[in-house]
Design a protein around this ligand. Structure first.
Ligand code: TXA
Ligand code: MG
Length: 345
């Protein structure tokens, strides 16, 4: 299969490109498209055969539930039941935006393989003009995981999707680089109090300001995986770089020392860290944004990890960020990529 890329530009009339994407989707095909978090690989969520194509293209285990994307807030009631009042407040505050809400599923509407074995469904309304335009032109729900091959970092630009899925999908809608850079927050509204299953662009503080206390595992690295939905016998693969990754204290002198030690052992080292650090000793240095700028770190994280995978490094060191705000999501993804490993000399 030939993979086509169409660029859509806000200043142009892109109706032909949208129509092409909609035709493929209505026909049961898959299309990669930008959201404000990462690129998604969408299929019509009411069509089980189409949804199956997502799992095939990604090489993703088909027991991992997919998020349903909608173009209007009111659509929630087409797919979910018992939507609590607090959810309405969250939708008003954060939709469109990087917050996925998990509800009890309305029976018989969304294809069974979108949420295999679950009686719940995760729904979000993305805050991206291209995603919204696509959803509204399609006039239907899109099941869409991140548009990477299973085991790779989520794509934050169309070129990442091309690298992973060239020849496996018919169309990529290119809307430039994504703005948030890490996936949406997943909040389980069927739990009492609601529980954050995956930290993301909408932070715990932001949620609690609207609905009061929520549950969130303060997990120590490498232990329980808060992204895994609570269901028996389910295991999820997470992105892990080709070379072992270690999280290291955000301290230029400590990083230099670590690089020296590793060089003495004959190892080549790639480092991900803040713009301000000048670690010339490292074999590769990938600057991921200004110090304490958690938003910038989130935007650049997956790109930096993909760049590390293109080097011959024997080992990757990634400097810790702040744990505040979206820094929680950044550290959650980094520690997963590191499998909880920290470098301490
Ligand atoms: O930002 C995002 O959420 C991106 C963009 C494309 O929208 N999508 C995304 O999808 O990250 P994906 O498939 O890579 O991650 C979906 C995760 C699942 O692994 C699971 O942890 C959680 O969302 N999830 C989805 N439905 C759920 C459900 N019914 N119950 C519990 N967790 C669910
Ligand atoms: Mg993903």
């Amino acid at each position: 299969m030939e993979t086509e890329i169409v660029s859509v530009d806000n200043d142009m009339d892109n109706s032909v490109s949208y129509q092409r994407a909609v035709d493929i989707l209505k026909d049961g095909g898959v299309v990669a498209f930008p959201t404000e978090t990462v690129y998604g690989l969408g299929a019509l969520a009411t069509d089980a055969v189409a949804v199956q194509r997502i799992f095939e293209a990604k090489g993703r285990p088909s027991d991992n539930p997919l998020i349903v994307h909608i173009g209007n807030k009111e659509d929630v009631n087409n797919y979910a039941v018992d939507v609590p009042e607090n959810a309405g407040k969250l939708m008003d505050a954060f939709w469109p935006g990087p917050l996925t809400l998990v509800f009890h599923k309305k029976p018989g509407v969304i294809a069974e393989n979108v949420t295999p074995g679950f009686d719940t469904v995760g729904i979000r309304m993305p805050d991206h003009p291209v995603a919204l335009n696509l959803l509204r032109t399609l006039d239907g729900p899109l099941a869409a995981p991140s548009a990477n091959r299973s085991g790779k970092p989520s794509p934050t630009e169309a070129a990442h999707v091309m690298t992973d899925l060239d020849g496996r999908i018919p169309l990529i809608v290119d809307g430039g680089r994504t703005g948030v850079g890490v996936e949406s927050t997943v909040l389980d509204m069927t739990a009492n109090p609601p529980e954050i299953l995956r930290p993301g662009g909408v932070t715990r503080e932001m949620i609690e300001e609207v609905i009061g206390p929520v549950r969130a595992e303060d997990k120590s690295p490498g232990v329980a995986d808060e992204e895994a939905p609570r269901a028996p016998g389910m295991k999820y693969m997470h992105y892990a770089p080709e070379s072992p990754l270690f999280v290291i204290r955000r301290d230029a002198a400590a990083i230099r020392e670590a690089v020296k030690q590793l060089h003495a052992e004959g190892k080549r080292v790639a480092v991900i860290g803040p713009d301000e650090f000048d670690i010339t000793e490292a074999d590769w240095y990938f600057a991921a944004g200004p110090l304490h700028d958690n938003e910038a770190m989130a935007v650049n994280l997956y790109s930096a990890l993909r760049q590390c995978d293109l080097t011959d490094a024997d080992l990757i060191l990634a400097a810790e960020t702040d744990y505040e705000g979206v820094g929680q999501a950044v550290m959650n993804r980094l520690l997963k990529a590191a499998d909880g490993k920290r470098y301490d000399g």
